[in-house]
Design a binder for this molecule. Structure first.
Ligand code: F6P
Length: 539
């Protein structure tokens, strides 16, 4: 069955939420806390090593019930079932969406066109495992007989952001191999990486689902040319591997067919780090850690699939986000991990959320007249506190934020951990309570300065407190956001798994590129024509 095609604004729940919004929009959360001692407990989900407190939100139990009703009315349960059963829910591209199969146990049964895909997945996982072990323990050697020291992941978008974020997040678990990522077609990127490499000891992993992406192929060719300055063509087979669905183009590039790690069209690029796209992760931290990442994600999948919506973490987070996006008209959401290891998390999530849910046509093909995808941004705390928190605390915009923290540190320095955690807890408390004029006066502030020091408070946050950053907890955490994206797409009645919006720019860039080398000119607007000629004048 395809996904249901229900306009959310036509549901009873939506209408109730609209009316209810008017009733609660000016209420202050701190009054709700004062009135109900059990509020924090009622709005907290404890699951495995996750403690998710969503009580600091501008919602009451009534709000929550309407949001849950909305999930029922848009037939979320059936949609989840359709996704996990391998139905063609990516209708516009005619594909199933089964990144969840990649992290399922071997005896699971995920079917595409009636065929169980688990044997193929496990064949590739075995290949990743064997290859990783050979590279890590030095059995596999470069063309001069030396073991590999450096890995270069060449890819962009989903073929870069996921692996790069995870390798960074799991630095603590890393082995001796140094991992580099080359993505931008800006030659500075590849050139700076080249400066750090020795061709004799570098392994190149070209990651491209389509193997047609301009940036990736340009960078791969540049690196191959550089490599061939010191090595022969035969050496390419020892130093270049590829992850792709496009096996013939990979072979034409000169890669040995044994060095190809296949993937499938039912894995979306931005959801692909669980496939062989995660090869760089496996190489960087070892296959066992890679596998723990997958099993963590699988635990979150089971939770998402089976848990009641009321205590279902991704569903609850998605509903809260819809509440702010569509009723409070909040334009963006911040994600603030109190972990330097999650430095790249917001950037990674931007593709997941904005490429998936940045749509304005619904599943019936009609133009949408309500808001869809949220803008997502963020930086790790405490740095973010010294950069943009001023605006969250005292600006004019409502910015709901997820605060992510870890109860235990990996470094073991309790002084740092306590200081970090005190900031983590203090910020959501400050955002909730604010500071009244009376409190500011009581501090002895001069009267004319008082208004500037008042904090309105009432700023919504979710606190996601995880026991410890490990491959498994990271897997759960990433999968949590993946499912949140899916739930929001279902509610907004959009197709979350296509990305046609990135195509037009690519097509025009190719046309313009051709014009650089000829006198032919396409029909451009005057502004673009001037800019193009200005560039040509210098090059
Ligand atoms: O331009 C967007 C996009 O198509 C992403 O969806 C994808 O992750 C990225 O480009 C890279 O694509 P590929 O893996 O095919 O090179």
């Amino acid at each position: 069955m395809a996904l249901p095609k229900i306009n959310p604004t036509m549901t009873n729940a939506w209408k109730k939420l609209q009316a209810h919004y008017k009733d609660v929009k000016d209420d202050h959360m701190k009054d709700w806390f004062a009135q109900d001692e059990a509020r924090a407990d009622k709005f907290t989900i404890k699951w495995e090593d996750f403690y998710v407190d969503f009580s600091k939100n501008r919602m009451t139990e009534e709000t929550f019930n309407y949001l849950l009703q909305l999930a029922d009315e848009v037939k979320l349960k059936a949609a989840i079932k359709s996704q996990f059963s391998g139905e063609v829910i990516n209708e516009t591209e005619g594909r199933a969406v089964l990144h969840t199969a990649l992290r399922a146990p071997e005896d699971a049964n995920f079917k595409v066109d009636g065929k169980n895909v688990m044997p193929e997945i496990h064949e590739v996982k075995e290949k990743i495992k064997t290859f990783t072990n050979h590279v890590v323990n030095g059995n596999l050697k470069g063309y001069t007989g030396k073991p590999f020291t450096d890995i270069v992941n060449i890819g962009i978008g989903g073929s870069d952001l996921g692996p790069a974020m995870v390798v960074d997040a799991l630095q603590f678990y890393k082995n001796h191999l140094t991992t580099h990522f080359v993505s931008n077609v800006d030659g500075d990127h590849v050139n700076e990486v080249i400066k750090k490499l020795n061709p004799e000891t570098t392994l190149f992993v070209i990651v491209s689902k389509t193997f047609t992406t301009q940036e990736t192929l340009s960078n791969a060719n540049t690196l191959k040319d550089w490599f061939l300055k010191s090595a022969t063509n035969e050496a390419v087979a020892k130093h270049f591997v590829a992850v792709s669905t496009n096996l013939s183009s990979v072979q034409s590039f000169g890669i040995d067919k044994n060095n190809i790690f296949p993937m499938w069209d039912w894995v979306g690029g931005r959801f692909s780090l669980w496939s062989a796209v995660g090869l760089s992760v496996s190489l960087a931290v070892g296959y066992d850690h890679f596998n723990s990442l997958l099993s963590g994600a699988n635990k979150m999948d089971e939770h998402f699939k089976n848990e009641d919506f009321k205590t279902n973490i991704p569903v609850v987070l998605a509903l809260i986000s819809v509440w702010y996006n569509n009723f409070f008209e909040a334009e963006s959401e911040a994600v603030i991990p109190y972990s330097q290891y999650l430095n790249q998390f917001a950037t990674y999530l931007q593709q997941g959320i904005m490429e998936s849910n940045g749509k304005s046509v619904d599943r019936n093909g009609n133009l949408i007249d309500y808001q869809t995808g949220t803008l997502i941004w963020g930086e790790p705390g405490t740095n973010a506190q010294h950069a943009f928190f001023q605006l969250i605390h005292q600006g004019t915009k409502l910015i709901p934020a997820d605060f992510i923290g870890f109860v235990k540190s990996l470094h073991g320095n309790q002084d740092h951990q306590d200081k970090l955690t005190s900031n983590f807890l203090a910020q959501t408390e400050a955002l909730l309570h604010g500071k009244t004029g009376a409190e500011v006066i009581a501090e002895g502030t001069k009267e004319e300065i008082v208004p500037f020091k008042v904090f309105e408070g009432n700023k919504p946050t979710n606190t996601i407190f995880i026991n410890k950053l490990s491959p498994e907890s990271l897997g759960k955490f990433i999968a949590m956001y993946e499912h949140k994206i899916f739930v929001q797409g279902v509610i907004w009645n959009i197709f979350s798994y296509d990305q046609f919006g990135v195509e037009l720019g690519k097509q025009l860039a190719n046309k313009i590129l051709q014009e650089f080398n000829t006198s032919n000119s396409n029909n451009h607007d005057a502004s673009t024509a001037n800019l193009l000629n200005y560039y040509k004048g210098f090059n």
